[in-house]
Each structure stands twice: as structure tokens, then as C-alpha cells.
Ligand binder design. Sequence first.
Ligand code: PGA
Length: 249
Amino acid sequence: MRRALVAGNWKMNGSRAMAHDLTAAIVAARPDKADVLLCPPTPYLGTVAAGLAGSAVMLGAQDCSEHASGAYTGEVAASMLVDSGCSHVILGHSERRQLFGDDDTRVAAKVARAHGCGLKPVLCVGETLDERRADATEAAVARQLDAVLGLDGIAAILADLVIAYEPVWAIGTGETATPAQAQAVHAFIRERVARVDAARAADMRLLYGGSVKPANAAELFAMPDIDGGLIGGASLEAEPFLAICNAAP
Ligand code: PGA
């Protein structure tokens, strides 16, 4: 069975004090039903890394540059995230795609760069409300996936890749995909990965994200192809986040 992974995406929220206290509370609770990953804002990576020392909880970032280094003011290199203690990086989050111009090609370049630096990419895919209404969910997800599945060296990348399905209409809206809706897309994603590497597809973790809360986590995580969650709003306080971690089967 695939062990669940629950990742907290803090987005652009909090303060150093909040990052410190939230990390301490999560570490003290020793969540053990799922692997746990915290993705704080970049300036707080050091604070969270210090709080995680000696704990099994992992550290991730929310994005990185597709470039190695150089004259890219404001950008953060994947190698710097490794240096800061990150094992993972979220890439292609819908907010990056919608607000910051991260198209499929750039997201794929970021995945390649992050992996090349030793990070495990958490690749986000998902359809907009318009795409769902137009019955284009699978087409949208396939397009986002195929940009990455077509990368040179994809076999090695797949070994470290996590995919998060996040329907855009369910992010931060309180609207959750039903377990059946999410399961259907997860099965589609796994089948798409299987075309490239069937064995890896079978053991790859596919996370669901979009208004996951303590009240709906267990039924989502019980679906056969949902292996945990990418949690936004409910990851900003220890109690709901830990309840979600403990909802893993
Ligand atoms: P949400 O965000 O849990 O607040 O809907 C999830 C995400 O965007 O990763």
C-alpha cells in the first residue's frame, strides 16, 4: 500500500513567529499515520528547518526558478532550496499558473531543474471551472501532465515525482471535489503515468488538494487512488492540519 503524504501549503501567509509556533506544534504531535511535509513561505524556510531538526516531518518550498543561477532578480534557485533544507518543492500550483504566467513549458522546465538539484517535485495539475463545465477536465489535466511526462530523463524524474490534483474551482473556495470526482481524475492521472512507466505509476503518490478539511479528509483519503493531500487553508493551524494528517487510513 502507498503510504499517505500530507503536505501543508502555507502560501503567502503568516509571520516568523507563526512559522516557529506552528512547526513546533506539529513536531510535538509526532504525526505518524502519514508522511508530513511543510511548505512555508521562502523567508521562513530557515525557521521551519530549525524547528524540524531531528523530526521526520519534511520541508518543502512553494516554487523555484527554472534557471540555475544568475541575473534573475527576485527568483529563488532550486539549489538554494536544497541548501535551506528542502527535500520537496511544489511546482505548477494553479496560483502560479494563473497569476504568474507559469505555463506548461515553464512548469516542466522547473520540474527538470528541481529534480536535477535533488528536490522531489510536487507537480500540481487541475482544471478550471470552465474546463470542467466544458467536459474538458481530462484534456486539461492531460496537457499539464504530458508537458512533464515528455521531459528528457523522465524515468529518473518519475522516481521522485509526486503529483497533486487540485481542481482550480475547489481551491480556497470551500467547494471540494466529491471523493468520486477526485478518484476519477486520480485514476486518469495514474493511467496516464502508466503509459510511461506502469510500475512507477502503481506506487506513485497522488495527492488531492482543494478545500481539504478535517471533516472531509478521511473519505477522500479512503479512495483507492488518493494517497494524501495538499492542504492550503487548513494547514495554517496545527489542530486541523494534524487532524487531516491523522485521517490517513
Ligand atoms: P485550500 O488550498 O486547501 O485552501 O483549498 C489548497 C492548495 O491550493 O494547495
